[in-house]
Design a protein around this ligand. Structure first.
Ligand SMILES: O=C(O)CCC(=O)C(=O)O
Length: 489
């Protein structure tokens, strides 16, 4: 167990084969951990899973030695930011080494160096969302220090991970990730996570501007909300947890999150795990990109780019966006055809699965991998024993308190509420994932896919095809309603 995690470690007695007295044992096998990740619909903290990972020693001091002299971009934000979210487009940026960051952070009166314009008492700094592959370029051995194979993802290591190093108060505004689910390893310091379930999306006032592929932002600063402007936010079900070193947070697909550093220095590492549902999400993202780029570049010939998140390298041309959309649509159908063939073969060899009607696109595509079987399997899964216990702690809902009493919000420190949530578990564990498609969309997909099970994709989407869908009266009605609601905010 990593030092300072505050959770108990368990010791085994000598049990033979390779085991020595005092050896730590992981509470979940990789297979079990993956089963939990693929079926759980609620955030939870894994404890005692990373005590032997070399990366548990990656504090900012150690990383500053590894990355000696490397220039890193820090996002600078204000400690008292008001009710408006501090989007990346409104932050300042500083290029500095980790050593310079640590000097600024420790010697708080320093008026020299790259951070000289930022008074430490008023600003925070965040080296956020740094892909290992760009950061450690020539030091690829370090990738092995992160071992997501322990969670059932063989071969996944730092190469598929991102690093986050921040000072007290540094934070990421509330957003949801369009793709995958997330595993987050807290290495140094503590971070407070404010999470909201996918069904709260209307209460979070989603926006695609600033545009960043794969992130849907909330218009609300969830730690200091303007409830006059955003009254529906009162209905949102805030879940809160403070993640400590050595713990791994599981964030299910499409859960909103706002994340803030609550210690002087924080380091965390995360990896987004791809899911079946990402195929449709990629099509949605491609449509969003095309629309945002088309309208925003038309609006502003001088292109201030204030609408484009700095993580996006550039606005893409209509031609590129068309190719991107067609790529996403083809991948969607290719995946569907391939997975349908696999499913048919599985059914042929398994006499228990004879009910033809259970072989539908839904069961495969709407439901997560371990939940994607027929209803009988689903029922068995739901009766399975709860995985929760001292080493897997559910993140539970916390009632909201007035923003001024933020410090007093009762939160889960990763140790309590296990029994209460055991009851809750039957409902949450292996609950069907939200439906990806309507019945009618589903029928169309099935028809197109069965028309062409082997041949090349016949699904080319032209600008006119897209326009035809976008100006569909149902869509324009919804847009009109949203515009009118927006005006009255
Ligand atoms: O740690 C943070 O500041 C944000 C992390 C995040 O958004 C993520 O892992 O998806």
């Amino acid at each position: 167990m990593a030092a300072g995690s505050g959770t108990t470690t368990r010791l085994t007695l000598a049990t033979g084969a390779g085991r020595e007295e005092g050896e730590h044992v992981k509470p979940f096998t990789p297979e079990k951990a993956k089963e939990i990740i693929m079926s759980l619909q609620q955030p939870a903290i894994f404890c005692n899973m990373v005590f032997d990972w070399p990366s548990r020693h990656w504090n900012a001091k150690y990383l500053s030695e590894v990355l000696h002299g490397k220039q890193i971009r820090f996002r600078m934000g204000m400690k008292n930011g008001g009710t408006v979210p501090q989007f990346e487009t409104t932050c300042g940026y500083v290029e500095a080494t980790l050593e310079e960051f640590l000097t600024w952070n420790c010697d708080q009166s320093s008026l020299s160096g790259p951070f000289r314009d930022y008074d430490h008492s008023k600003f925070w700094a965040y080296a956020d969302y740094k892909y290992f592959v760009s950061l450690f370029e020539d030091k690829t051995d370090i990738f092995q220090d992160v071992k997501w194979c322990d969670f059932g993802f063989p071969g996944r290591n730092g190469q598929e991970s991102t690093l986050w190093i921040g000072s007290l108060g540094s934070h990421t505004p509330c957003h949801l990730d369009s793709y995958g689910c997330n595993l987050v390893f807290q290495v140094q310091g503590r971070k407070r996570w404010h999470l909201f379930p996918p069904e709260d999306t209307p209460f979070l006032y989603p926006t695609r501007i600033p545009f960043e592929e794969s992130s849907v932002f909330s218009k609300i600063n969830v730690v200091n909300p303007d409830l006059k402007r955003f009254p529906q936010f009162r209905k949102a079900q805030r879940h809160m947890v403070t993640l400590s070193p050595g713990q791994v947070l599981f964030v299910p697909r499409h859960w909103w999150h706002y994340v803030e550093s609550v210690d002087p220095v924080t380091v965390s590492v995360n990896s987004w795990i791809e899911l079946e549902e990402d195929h449709l999400a990629r099509v949605e993202e491609a449509i969003t990109r095309m629309l945002v780029c088309a309208l925003k570049t038309a609006e502003d010939p001088h292109n201030t780019r204030a609408w484009l998140n700095p993580t996006e390298v550039e606005e893409t041309s209509h031609e590129v966006n068309c190719r991107y959309l067609n790529g996403a649509v083809s991948a969607f159908f290719d995946h569907y055809r391939a997975s349908k063939v696999v499913e048919i073969q599985a059914l042929r060899t398994n006499r228990e699965h004879t009910k033809e009607e259970e072989l539908n696109v839904y069961s495969h595509m709407e439901v997560g991998q371990t939940c994607s079987q027929n209803s009988t399997m689903g029922a068995i899964k739901q009766e399975a024993a709860s995985p929760f216990g001292p080493d897997l702690v559910p993140v539970t809902q916390r009632s909201e308190e007035p923003p001024s009493e933020r410090g007093g919000i009762f939160e889960n420190d990763g140790k309590d509420f296990v029994d209460k949530d055991r009851e809750h578990f039957g409902k949450l564990h292996c609950a069907k994932r939200q439906q990806m498609m309507s019945n009618s969309t589903n029928a169309i997909v099935e028809q197109i896919a069965s028309n062409s099970t082997t041949g090349p994709s016949l699904t080319f989407i032209s600008t006119d095809d897209l326009l035809d869908c976008l100006v569909n009266p149902q869509v324009t009605r919804m847009v009109a309603q949203l515009l009118i609601q927006g005006r009255s905010l």
